[in-house]
Ligand binder design. Sequence first.
Ligand code: FAD
Length: 470
Amino acid sequence: MERSQHAERLADLIGPANVLTNDEDKAPYLVEWRDLYQGVTPMVLRPGTTEEVSAVMTYAYEHGLQIVPQGGNTGLVGGQIPAENGAEIVLSLGRMNKVRNVDPVGFTITVESGVILETLHQEAEKADRLFPLSLGAQGSCQIGGNISTNAGGTAVLAYGNTRDLVLGLEVVLPNGDIWNGLRTLRKDNTGYDLKQLFIGAEGTLGIITAASLKLFPKPKKLEAAFVGIETPQAALRLFSTAKAKAGPVLTGFELMPRVGVEFCLSHLDGARDPLSAPHDWYVLMELSSGSEAFPIRDLLEEILGEAFEEGFVSDAALAENLTQVQDFWHIRHGMSEVQKAEGGSIKHDVSVPVASIPDFLDKAMSAVSEFVPGCRPVPFGHLGDGNIHFNVSQPVGADKADYLAKWDAMNEIVHGIVHDFHGSISAEHGIGRLKRDLLKTVKSELELDMMKRIKDAFDPKGLLNPHRVL
Ligand code: FAD
């Protein structure tokens, strides 16, 4: 059957306005945030209900059509972008954006997968609750994409990864079957926990159409400090002190290098340096509590007081109001985006045991500087989770394409060091297309075999997000 005939049949299923075939309409779905992938597709499908997703998948399964699910298109490993050969159809979840139920008493919310993360925050807030998942892309990424990538972000320290926030899922399987697993139970030991298979599967096993999620008490008190620090070792000491004193009240602990803060000051609207003197490193530390009674300001001052006394912190700004807290986070959340303005950036999303971070940074920064003299390492991220975005900007004035041609070689160097520290080469962004070949180097044959058997069981024709992950 001709492509145009498929488009017509699919238009019968979801409406002609929701089958995009002209180049201008398709364009935003074909390029990803870093410009690393430029896809080609015969059409973009925009179903509006679970039944429509099911009808599309049933049709695709019968006719052997390959489907790529796409959420907010902020993924950083290319999984949501169709292949360059034009064989894959994009299925966008953007129209599936209804809030189905909010239960403030049971602390749950049930939403469709196309709901934007920031909208989900607002819905929780209306009910005086918190949905804690928080990342720089939250104005665009969708909860279905977050679940499919098991997104991490800045709140993992206190609330866990996305996996820890999901209670139930509704999923359309590759053959069009609808699985309604939208349970809101906190305890349910009735056999295999099937939802776990789809969380972090990067759209290779099924299309998530809705999710029941955990809510938390909305913080009644929030305190933050922007701390100037001279070494990652000192940042680790501060983390250890803060965690020991504050426990679960410590809800953010992010490391940033001076060069990253400078990039923000140059390229991020509204960013200003919270400290008057420059420091080699910074920590953004946040404490929050659902109780008005908890003296978290005192606790923050106590932690910093001890750090000053022992000499591993030399400077800090404490937010005096919520706007200042937001100003601090603005710098941290802007840190990915501003690197684009500084030319090519070679990325690594890695994790190592928390206590190994200073040694890892030391070795990795020396190794990349030896490999490309003049390159500018911008390692930043979730120190409290052992997760560093080890990004390396090109030397000033270097040719961007020449520099980016070193991507694989630099990855090999950095990943080799990660391996030495028993770390992970993808802490939170997933595998997608970018790291597919690397997966073979870090998983055992048995692990790869088990993954392939799961994929074959759900998608025997290999039509859903083919060539991603495996
Ligand atoms: P997409 O990019 O559209 O898709 C991602 C993957 O999920 C693809 O494989 C796609 O096929 C699949 N998929 C999407 N929706 C569905 C669905 N409904 N059903 C099945 N499969 C689906 N990530 C972090 O973990 N932590 C961070 O701190 C972080 N910060 C970021 C900051 C910036 C500025 C940017 C641009 C990205 C950041 N990311 C981060 C990466 C990205 O935002 C996350 O991976 C996010 O979860 C992707 O959501 P999305 O809706 O954009 O998904």
